[in-house]
Write a protein that binds this ligand. Structure first.
Ligand code: ARG
Length: 263
């Protein structure tokens, strides 16, 4: 598809169509969605210096987080079926369209073997870059028992994704704050429609009334709690819908695997 002249792949949406899960709901579009990441505000790369653009074949695809000078953590649904040679990482840019940031190619991809497009569990991949990037890497939450995952914890999500469900991507980096939703409520919210919420490898964040969320194009990007990387933008039913929080990879749960591939 073309969005603002940039082609953007919506891999998860495609996957969910294939899975017969949220396809219909996702295609219907939301009513009353607000502008910005959804419901967020502009930020800068200086505030979140580890945030990187993840292009495929030269077009906007996903986001990621620099976790070492030559390593990027992103979503597995962003790397599934994509060759390393097609990938490009760009750091240091507040605006998607400016060309001030440093670029790196990808020499190796580790995709969590527990991931599949149907279940979306363990939605994480580590990219090895072909050079080091001069931006400050993020620190990871190291355990699923971390306070970051307690209901009500304040999650900050950033990205260049669409500012409403089915809407346009943002040229400026946006951020939004949403509280962690307790696991049981999230499992209940996502208990219909044949899809599954995995309490171990995922967590949810959002407000009951909707209006604030990550959205298409934000996938793979960072979700911070107390300045540490707690989550990766993964999936949701539409974006910013009432009673459907955004779902994020639980980085703490998969920390041992992830960190062994960061080195
Ligand atoms: N899967 C989407 C992507 O590829 C991200 C969806 C996040 N959805 C949400 N409601 N938080 O960009």
């Amino acid at each position: 598809m073309q969005v603002d002249g940039r082609s953007m792949v919506r891999r998860a949406a495609v996957a969910l169509v294939a899975a017969g899960a949220f396809a219909v709901a996702a295609a219907q579009g939301a009513s009353g969605a607000d502008p910005r990441i959804v419901g967020g505000s502009p930020t800068t790369i200086d505030e979140f210096p580890a945030t990187v653009i993840f292009n495929v074949n030269g077009a906007q695809h996903c986001a990621g987080t620099l976790v070492a000078p030559n390593k990027v953590l992103t979503a597995a649904h962003c790397t599934d079926g994509v060759q390393a040679s097609q990938m490009e990482i760009i750091g240091g840019q507040t605006k998607f369209s400016d060309t001030s940031g440093e670029k790196a190619g990808v020499s190796d991809v580790w995709q969590n073997p527990g991931f599949d497009m149907t279940g979306m569990q363990h939605d994480n991949s580590v990219l090895t870059l072909d050079k080091e990037l001069p931006y400050a890497p993020a620190t990871l939450v190291q355990s699923a028992g971390d306070a970051a995952y307690q209901a009500g914890a304040d999650v900050t999500v950033v990205g260049w994704g669409t500012t409403s469900e089915g809407g346009d991507v943002s040229d400026t980096l946006l951020k939004v704050n949403v509280p962690v939703v307790d696991n049981d409520s999230c499992a209940t919210a996502y208990s219909t429609g044949g899809n599954s919420y995995d309490k171990a490898s995922m967590f949810c964040a959002g407000v009951p009334e909707g209006g604030k969320d990550s959205c298409q194009g934000d996938s793979g990007g960072p979700a911070y709690v107390d300045g540490k990387l707690a989550g990766i933008v993964s999936w949701g039913q539409g974006c910013a819908r009432k009673d459907f929080p955004g779902v994020y990879t639980n980085v703490g749960n998969d920390y041992a695997d992830i960190s062994s591939h960061i080195g």
